[in-house]
Design a binder for this molecule. Structure first.
Ligand code: ADP
Ligand code: MG
Ligand code: MG
Length: 211
């Protein structure tokens, strides 16, 4: 199954930007509990800059759009999340180079590359209360659905659901990477802001692809 994104990629970026901006206060409040109360502010600044960039330079293929997205996040987001998400999008861009539409296998490669980029950059692993605790289970669920020959949107739906469960799991573990790790046991009971923003990204992409 092939989902055509060529004329919709910029609209999708807009939908993601809207979703992050809508959740700006929520994400910041999560970061206030275990970090420095800026995750929503950081992400909203980043996605608004990305929206402006890609709107000004439309017509590129998906790889080029994602490369612009990653570079813009790295240069505009001050926090840890900027370089991490920025690297993720740059790596996903590499897997989508020259593409004007995406199939399940390509999306799988993009997700794998994005996650590897986050790990290379942040040196975290699953279970340390970071965005990886949403993204890695999401990837596993995506692959499982893809191997079961499910349509791409259903694979994305499964990934989003797994990410939601991953966010819930982050409440039960102690942070050992990022600012929240300074809190030690006091990070227990709180969901990770980055895992939450990752899940919002996946949910928005899934909803968009359903339309
Ligand atoms: P900062 O912590 O610099 O203020 P943000 O608040 O924007 O940056 O982002 C915090 C989020 O970044 C965390 O909730 C976590 O998900 C993620 N994060 C922090 N460090 C790492 C890391 N080493 N690897 C993966 N994700 C990380
Ligand atoms: Mg922060
Ligand atoms: Mg900060």
């Amino acid at each position: 199954e092939v989902t055509r994104l060529n004329n919709r990629a910029i609209d999708l970026i807009g939908a993601v930007a809207d979703a992050i901006v809508e959740n700006k206060e929520f994400l910041t409040s999560l970061d206030a509990a275990i970090g420095d109360a800026d995750h929503g502010i950081n992400m909203a600044r980043g996605v608004e800059a990305v929206r402006a960039k890609v709107t000004a330079a439309p017509g590129a293929d998906i790889g080029a759009l994602l490369k612009t997205t990653g570079m813009t996040l790295i240069s505009t987001v001050g926090g840890a999340s900027g370089p991490l998400y920025g690297t993720a999008f740059m790596r996903a861009a590499g897997a989508a180079q020259g593409k004007t539409e995406l199939d399940g296998e390509t999306v799988k490669q993009m997700l794998a590359a994005a996650i590897q980029g986050i790990k290379d950059r942040g040196k975290a692993a699953r279970g340390e209360k970071t965005m990886l605790d949403a993204l890695e289970p999401a990837f596993d669920a995506f692959v499982e659905s893809l191997e079961a020959q499910k349509p791409l949107v259903d694979c994305l739906e499964a990934a989003t659901e797994a990410a939601r469960q991953g966010v819930a799991f982050t409440k039960t573990i102690i942070a050992t990477k990022g600012r929240a790790s300074y809190l030690g046991e006091r990070s227990l009971g709180h969901q990770d802001p980055g895992a939450t923003s990752s899940t919002i990204l996946l949910a928005t992409i899934t909803d968009f692809c359903r339309k």
